[in-house]
Design a protein around this ligand. Structure first.
Ligand SMILES: Cc1cc2nc3c(=O)[nH]c(=O)nc-3n(C[C@H](O)[C@H](O)[C@H](O)COP(=O)(O)O)c2cc1C
Length: 449
């Protein structure tokens, strides 16, 4: 067994004033598509200590506009599409990245895809004031990433990776007083991994995540943890926090593995994608039933004005495939219809509002045999349903299934403040939200980095 430097004598790369220490944390992994704002808020609600945003390609964010959404206080980075496609409709801004400055404060790590120190710095400066750290993706094995020299390709070009990290530390980490980190995969042999990590820890980074799979390994293949203690030893001696990743399934599993392998933190991806309540310890009640998790996810989507296509994608992950609600939810084209199908009556007023904002209201449908519903009628029905629910009634025709019940233990909410702004503004403040085409290059099925 590799001897680790004792914590009492170990050096530490100083954590900048606005940065975060990855030590002692169980965190949500960066996930394209699955790591948008609602999923991150869900993970935080259930106890994730930190959340990584989905990989964003440097060029996609450079030149974007930062604005605060007046309805919910979220920070949106937007741009006009270069080609709006349809001439009959005015082009809409695309929301590339969305941050909740209150609930994610001090907890959000922005991850970028880059192969160029200058572009990396330019991109990082766009978001640096709004996040707690910047992470470089050096593990994505997909051709769209590696063909541009990004992701796992950087494992083969260590000079470039070192140069990117040093530039980020000097030009972004220091002035903005946040940490810079990197996420890598293990290489084929311990010697190769050791040589790489030994260089990376000297760049001034505060943290390193190691995904315990090699680049050619598929997500279903079991993670290899043989090299973990060796990597932990190098990071520990250099004072860089090390986070393990690969097949970590829950908070309890994470804490046990951190002790077993001598690492500082653990990162969860697919287990959290399936059910974010994996961040709750067994003592806190452990995994919650899917209905409760989906209800909370839906609420965060509505509050965040999340793009419907993205919400639907995640619902497919969160609702167990054999469940009868699965197909019904899959058919829905609007938030309102989906909330009806899932009998989330309490969310319908919010859903109606979100559909209006996202220009989905013309797709509303009613039950079997009924024609398209007018917007006014839909709103009226939703309001009546909500009033009935508030009065203890059944919610009328919308009641199809039992409402979500809290069957688990207490949720760790102490670190979760209220939304940035819950104050609803008048309808005149509503701006149509653009289709989210963020990370077009990266949003492909079966993404694994
Ligand atoms: C849907 C999906 C999207 C992912 N996107 C990213 C990404 O944007 N950046 C990244 O570094 N890794 C990405 N990954 C890889 C995960 O962060 C993680 O390294 C990998 O899934 C192993 O963790 P696990 O065994 O807990 O799933 C993605 C994985 C999945 C399943």
């Amino acid at each position: 067994m590799t001897l680790l430097t004792s914590p009492a004598t170990a050096p530490r790369v100083p954590i900048p004033a606005k940065g975060v220490d990855y030590r002692g944390t169980v965190v949500l992994a960066p996930m394209v598509r699955s790591g948008e704002l609602p999923s991150r808020l869900l993970a935080l609600k259930y106890g994730a200590d930190l959340v990584w945003g989905p990989e964003t390609i440097d060029r996609s964010l450079i030149g974007s506009v930062r604005r605060v959404n007046p309805r919910n206080g979220t920070i949106e980075f937007t741009r006009m599409p270069s080609n709006s496609g349809r001439n009959d409709k005015p082009p809409k801004e695309s929301v590339l990245y969305r941050i909740d400055p209150v609930r994610e404060q001090g907890k959000l790590i922005f991850q970028m895809g880059t192969a160029n120190p200058d572009l990396a710095v330019q991109c990082a400066k766009v978001v640096a004031a709004d996040v707690a750290g910047i992470d470089v993706n050096s593990g994505c094995p997909k051709p769209f990433s590696t063909s541009g020299g990004m992701g796992a390709a950087l494992l083969r070009t260590p000079d470039k990776l070192v140069s990117i990290l040093e530039s980020l530390v000097r030009e972004v980490g220091e002035p903005f007083r946040i940490g810079i980190s990197v996420k890598i995969r293990i290489l084929e042999t311990p010697e190769l991994t050791e040589a790489l990590v030994s260089r990376l820890v000297k760049t001034g980074i505060t943290g390193l995540t190691v995904h315990c799979r090699t680049t050619p390994m598929r997500p279903r293949e079991r993670a290899i943890r043989d090299q973990l203690r060796m990597v932990a030893g190098i990071c520990n001696r250099a004072g860089v926090a090390i986070v393990m990743n690969g097949d970590v399934t829950s908070r309890d599993d994470a804490l046990a593995s951190m002790t077993e392998y001598g690492v500082d933190g653990a990162m969860i991806a697919t287990a959290a994608e399936a059910n974010s309540s994996c961040f709750r310890s067994e003592a806190e009640g452990g995994l919650l039933p899917w209905r409760e998790v989906v209800h909370e996810y839906m609420r965060f989507c509505l509050e965040s004005e999340n793009r419907w296509g993205n919400t639907k994608y995640l619902l497919n992950m969160l609702i167990p495939g054999k469940n009868k609600e699965f197909n019904a939810a899959k058919q829905c084209k609007t938030y309102t219809d989906c909330c009806r199908q899932l009998a989330f009556d309490d969310l319908i007023p919010l859903a109606v509002r979100a559909d209006e904002i996202l220009d989905l209201a013309d797709k509303w449908v009613l039950g079997p045999g009924e024609e398209h519903e007018s917007k006014a009628k839909a709103v009226q029905n939703a309001m009546q349903s909500e009033s009935a629910r508030a009065a203890g009634g059944s919610g009328g025709r919308l009641k199809q299934n039992s409402p979500a019940t809290h069957t688990g233990g207490p949720i760790r909410t102490s670190s979760i403040p209220e939304p940035a702004s819950k104050a609803a503004k008048s309808d005149a403040d509503f701006e149509p939200l653009a289709i989210d085409v963020s990370m077009q290059a990266t949003q492909k099925p079966e993404l694994t980095a």
